[in-house]
Write a protein of this length. Sequence first.
Length: 253
Amino acid sequence: MTSNDTVWQGEVLAQTYLEGVRGAIPLANEQIDIMLRLIRASQPEVNWVLDLGCGDGILGTAVLDQYPQANGIFIDFSEPMLAAAQQRLNGKPNAHTIFQDYGDREWLEKIQAIHNSQFTIHNSQFDVIVSGYSIHHQPDDRKKEVYTELYHLLKPGGIFINIEHVQSADPWLETRFKELMVDKIFQLQQQNGNNKTWEDVDREFYSRPDKDANILAPVEDQCSWLREIGYQKVDIYLKIFELAVFGGIKPKS
């Protein structure tokens, strides 16, 4: 865990994100639709799903809703976020949440040690691994390691989809992204009856406490890392400024 990461363990920031930002993410529904389309096209059946850095569990829950027979593991190091995930999961008997920082390499031992009447996890067990707006908090060297760890957790033929905050190509494009986000957050707050001005929202977005926790990397570089690790069908499946859906599939043999 990086020192800046700890801001996400606070309840205030978690609630601010869930109530005031999550609903403002551009093309959020389309991102999930693309994720599910890729999963349906690549997986004849889904038995095990991992949602890494799950936040409120929106991605993993979408997969479980599509495949109600599947088992889901949801992992995050923020207790408020895990509480939101548990609420979203609404007692699904096939879902299990884990309080763990995957920035620490020991997280794999925690995953592999799960064993009770409902869950047994082994290496190369997961048909689907998803992650949303999480891995960008890790230093680049650790990002690469995480992508390798996920590769080994996937079954042959399994798919990894990352919906992620990535680095802009230049400052001009970064400014366009920030303008878009402020517009969307402002619109959401207006719909929710908040009387803040656009300038208020702009000021809060630029001074948000989680900003320093972002360690962004170009999506093209991250796709290159995936290919080097061995993933196939690697691509940027959807992108709008600094928001990207990308990933790949572990070869069947």
